[in-house]
Design a protein. Structure first.
Length: 141
């Protein structure tokens, strides 16, 4: 949607539902968590967002910005994803993100939020993380 700050460009925020799902796995040999995500998997989200912005631009007379991501690029190379679910608060964890089956292991991110959110969940994730970590520090450490 036009932001009101500029009248010639559309605001770059859209929420899409990507059909691809990343997977975290524990690599015991390396002693770390690994993320399986292919860069090409971002394309469905870009295509959905472009469909939305094409309609807005046509109706409002706005254009894609070409000054944000380099010369004549309308989309950045990286998108921000807020994956939700996976270790849902109150199911896989207690009400503060402690994994019930693994003492000393905590989940403090969007994995605590089940399903989809109707708005950018950044603020909710941040507030939840701050609430949980404050309680964990006070009671566990």
């Amino acid at each position: 949607m036009p932001t009101g700050i500029e009248t010639w460009a559309s605001f770059y925020l859209s929420i899409t539902n990507n059909p691809h799902r990343a997977q975290f796995t524990w690599n015991a040999a390396a002693g770390k968590v690994e993320l399986s995500w292919q860069a090409a998997w971002k394309q469905p989200s870009i295509d959905m967002a472009k469909t939305i912005f094409d309609k807005i631009n046509a109706k409002e007379g706005t254009i894609y910005r070409t000054d944000l991501f380099g010369v004549y690029k309308i989309w950045g190379d990286h998108l921000t994803y807020h994956p939700l679910g996976g270790a849902v608060l109150g199911r896989a964890t207690d009400n503060y993100g402690r994994l019930t089956a693994y003492p000393g292991l905590y989940v403090i991110d969007g994995a605590l939020i089940p399903g989809n959110a109707t708005v950018n969940p950044f603020v909710t994730i941040t507030a939840l993380a701050e609430r949980n970590i404050e309680h964990i520090i006070a009671t566990d450490l």
